[in-house]
Design a protein. Sequence first.
Length: 196
Amino acid sequence: MANNPEDAEAGTRQVPFSRELYIEQDDFREVPPPKYYRLSPGKEVRLRNAYFVTAQSVVKDAAGNVVEVHCTYDPASRGGQSPDGRKVKSTMHWVSAAHAITAEIRLYDKLFSKPDPYDLEEGQDVLDNLNPNSLEIVSDAKLEPSLAGAKPGDRFQFERVGYFCVDPDSTAEKLVFNRTLPLKDTWAKIEKKAGG
């Protein structure tokens, strides 16, 4: 895979592929809304730099949440292109479950819930406008193994997610990444607008 799709001089890296993969939860819908081009039953998508896959069935937990998506893949589409020229409308990111490393991800958001934290009602102080969701911690994130050697201060773009740097709290046993800048998520905006 390219280290930076916009800069060929940044080189490439080897990324392992295996039978079981992790994908983003938002990349699958059992009942997709209109204009949803990611993975759903019977729909074919491209796994970035890998293969075309088609969702066939799902496994759910006791609460009815989808925990596995069983797919078939087209071995002729290795590298993400189909020799017969067929097109897919979505390319998804993934990581091999057998090779993934676990890290803590700290997703920082706005510190205040209002653009002007001093926009106060009577009896309030600036602390009343603190955003209780200004930090979300994902403690069990799965990342590709090439990040295992990351050092504090190293910076990365996690495609479709944002820009991250390695926190000084990181150790060889537990990597910690801080989001420094999110990327726009067009689909999330569409779903929010539709009340989904």
